[in-house]
Every structure is written in C-alpha cells, then in structure tokens.
Design a protein. Structure first.
Length: 305
C-alpha cells in the first residue's frame, strides 16, 4: 500500500528538477549529482506514493497525469520554502533563485530580452533561463515559472495577468505596394496577395472597423503561410504580400522604411499581452517582481512610441 508518511523533501526536489530539466541526465547536471542518484530517488518516491510520475522512452521523459498533479500542487510550496531559506541565508529580502521564462522568439528579440537584462542587473542573485518557442508550450511540462503570450488567450487552466493592449497593423513592403497598388478600402484586400500567420484561429478572416463604427469583414487568399511572426515579417519585407502584425513586431521595420502601414483609418481588434503562469497557491517573489517590472517598462516605453 502506498504511504505518504515522511516523504523525503529532497526526493520531491529531485522530482521537480527532472520535471523541469526534461530528463534524468539534465537534472543530475543541474543538481550536481550522479544520474544514478537522481533515478534512485525518483524510483523510491514513485514506490512510496504507489504511482508513476514519469513516462520514460528512449527519446524523452515526460510527466504522467499524476506527475503533473504532484508538480502543480507541491512544487509551488517547495519554491516558497526555497525562497524563504534564500532570504534567511542572505540576511535580507533580496531576490534570488532561478526564474524560468517562456515567450516567442520574435517577442524575445523585440521586447522581452532587454527587459530581462535590465531586471537581472537590478537583481544579481536571480538567474534567468529564457526559453523561446513559437508554439504554445505546456508550462508544467517545461518547468516554466511564467510565459508571455500575445493575442487572445484560449480557455486554459493556467492563470493569466493582462499586462497591456496592442494594436494590429496591416503592413506591406514598399516594393509590393509599387507593384500592386495601395489598398484604400478593406474590401480590396481580398484581391491582394496575403501572408497568413497559421498560429491564429482564423488567419484569413479579419474584421475592420471604420472611424464611424462601420464593420467590414474580409476573407483573404494566401499562397504563403508561416507559423511565426518573424518568418511572416521576413516574407512581407521581401515583397510577398500584405499581412497583419502587432505593434511590437512592426515598430522598427516601419521606422526604417522596410515596411509600410496601410488602411490607417481602419482598425483591427486589439490584442493583449499576457503573463501566464501555472495554477497553484504560491507565486514566487522573483516571478511577481519580474511581472511587475515588465508591466512598468511597458507603461514607460509602450510599443509604437
């Protein structure tokens, strides 16, 4: 029979390290111990709890449903203890520990990376692991403390804080507009080449609103699709067609003249920038501080200014 009496906290920390590192070897490197010790502690914990915490294949190690539950419920409390011990050990309330952040490649380059650099300059005891991906990732499985997402959030068990709104712009290269003409009305877009962002739910259908409040829905045709805003922007800059992109992604190309905004008088639905973090009772001080720091930086230097 499984027993939860006297569960070794070191075993739970080892379990958390494997979950966050994605494997036993990587966890051993992070903890500075032998791989065999990591495997043994996890196996003993699984035996004691009577459940399988990881599914193991030759290629990867992933949390089982039970492992995800244990991670979501226990690890935040472990981090709380670690935070308290770190503060006691330093004799102050100085932030410390590792902050694991996720975002898209383009958003890291356009905005987040410089904020991370400024934050760590203020808090030298904080180590940041910034992981970029253009796919929507599982925070628990990847061991992330927080991820930043742009757009419209889908239903999720994750918690989220809206940091800012952003406008979307219809853009094209000067060369494309010379060749094909500048659209004056949203309806004209249906006859233009379009580059679609396949990550969106409806990448070809867009609703435009005029200054008078008139709404016009247009269905585009796209020969080209991309699954990242960086790749999409590169194709648009190369003259492949028109598309929509957020303020963060278009600020510098518009200033340099590589892109041109069209249909200025018509607006698209505004998107949001969200800090998304796993469910749980405890949000470490370093995570809360970074979210607040990023929100303040957006207010002092918003995109498009």
């Amino acid at each position: 029979m499984a027993s939860t009496d006297h569960v070794d906290l070191n075993a739970l920390l080892t379990f958390a390290a494997v979950a966050e590192a994605g494997g036993f070897t990587a966890a051993a490197d992070r903890l500075g111990v032998a791989k065999g010790k990591v495997s043994l502690e996890v196996s003993r914990l699984e035996t004691q709890l009577g459940i399988s915490l990881f599914s193991r294949t030759t290629r990867r190690v992933a949390l089982t449903d039970a492992g995800q539950t244990l991670y979501a419920e226990c690890v935040p409390q472990l981090r709380s203890v670690e935070d308290a011990l770190t503060q006691l050990g330093s004799g102050s309330a100085e932030l410390g520990g590792t902050l694991r952040i996720g975002c898209t490649v383009d958003h890291a380059v356009q905005s987040l990376a410089r904020v991370v650099a400024a934050f760590t300059a203020l808090h030298p005891r904080v180590q940041v692991d910034l992981r970029t991906s253009d796919r929507v990732i599982d925070l628990v499985e990847e061991g992330l403390d927080v991820t930043f997402r742009l757009g419209w959030l889908r239903d999720s068990s994750m918690r989220a804080i809206k940091l800012a709104d952003f406008a979307q712009r219809v853009i094209a290269s000067p060369d494309y507009l010379r060749r094909r003409g500048v659209p004056k009305d949203p309806a004209e877009l249906a006859g233009h080449d379009w580059v679609a962002l396949s990550l969106l739910r409806s990448p070809l259908t867009w609703a435009f609103t005029s200054p008078a409040g008139e709404t016009r829905t247009v269905r585009m045709r796209a020969q080209l699709r991309a699954d990242s805003s960086a790749a999409l922007r590169a194709m648009v800059e190369a003259g492949a067609g028109l598309s929509t992109l957020d303020e963060f992604s278009t600020e510098q190309p518009l200033l340099s003249g590589r892109l041109v905004q069209v249909l200025h008088d018509w607006s698209l639905p505004r998107g949001g920038l969200y800090a998304v973090y796993p469910p749980g009772r405890h949000l470490p001080a370093r995570v809360r501080s970074f979210i607040d720091f990023y929100r303040a930086s957006l207010r002092s230097d918003p995109p498009g200014t």
